[in-house]
Design a protein around this ligand. Structure first.
Ligand SMILES: Nc1ncnc2c1ncn2[C@@H]1O[C@H](COP(=O)(O)OP(=O)(O)OP(=O)(O)O)[C@@H](O)[C@H]1O
Ligand SMILES: [Mg+2]
Length: 249
């Protein structure tokens, strides 16, 4: 299947920084493919995802969503491109004063879909993440794992071709984490979504993913298969995989 999202030699310079945080980052994700993105804290994983949906500017290279380039897009085109991307933000970014159902329906209402249809589709999406019974609760009344699942439902409710999940299993028990990863995997397998999942839990993440990217020292090491990442010889990559105190990191 062809790439639904593609980075070509991308550099990102955070606001106020003189030099890029990372550069020459190239990879692509096809429909149905799940890419694991990992790397030490502060290397720019969140910024990379935000760049992918045009929320932070890139300082070099190009990002394509389908055939369209984000960096060449004007405001109206960028708006349309963003609608083709679902995003689970690292901090959740749920609307505190909206119920679970209203949070999930929000992307549909923003697309001009009627209240009734938005509600119907949000309920189907909540069913997929086993949260139908929590539909009237507020975010403050949810557990951490439930909140992540609401965020996943909101990211997928509009059936985007591309979905980005920033640390969906951080801080969760292993079983809840595995269930959440299974939801992401199912979205790729059954709905043909091209997805990126960011996380530090490489033991859990990599077996569920097709390919992997590791942000290290301002570069991305891209592995066509997740197995190749697990077997990589590079000492820094090995240290990241094993969590050892010994090594170059
Ligand atoms: N809006 C911003 N303005 C200035 N600097 C920023 C901004 N966003 C991020 N940064 C800086 O860019 C660097 C990378 O941040 P980012 O959040 O992408 O890291 P990360 O790899 O996701 O880390 P973690 O694993 O802890 O989530 C950090 O040094 C951060 O301070
Ligand atoms: Mg982050």
């Amino acid at each position: 299947m062809s790439a639904l999202i593609r980075f070509e030699k991308v550099a990102v310079t955070p606001p106020g920084w003189e030099a890029p945080l990372f550069h020459e980052v190239s990879f692509s994700v096809a429909g149905g493919e799940l890419l694991a993105l990992t790397g030490p804290s502060g290397t720019g994983k969140t910024l990379l995802l935000k760049a992918a949906c045009g929320l932070v500017p890139i300082s070099a290279g190009s990002i394509f969503v389908g055939e369209e380039s984000i960096d060449q897009a004007g405001d109206i085109e960028l708006f349309a491109i963003r609608r083709r991307i679902g995003m689970l933000f690292q901090q959740g970014a749920l609307f505190d004063t909206l119920s679970v159902l209203q949070n999930v329906a929000f992307p549909l209402l923003r697309r001009g879909i009627s209240q009734d249809l938005a509600r119907e589709r949000a309920l189907i999406e909540l069913e997929r993440v086993s949260l139908s019974r929590a539909k009237d609760l507020l975010p403050a009344e949810l557990s951490g794992g439930m909140r992540k699942r609401v965020g996943i439902a909101r990211a997928l409710v509009a059936d985007p071709p591309v979905a980005l999940f920033d640390e969906p299993i951080a801080g969760l028990d292993p079983v809840t984490g595995a269930r959440i990863l299974d939801l992401v995997r199912t979205a790729c397998d059954n709905r043909g979504v091209a997805a990126i999942v960011v996380g530090h839990e490489t033991d859990t993440l990599l077996p569920a993913c097709d390919s992997a990217g590791i942000l290290l020292g301002g570069n991305l090491a891209h592995f066509e298969t997740a197995l190749a990442a697990r077997q990589a010889k590079d000492p820094a990559v090995r240290q990241l995989m094993t969590g050892s105190l010994e090594g170059p990191l």
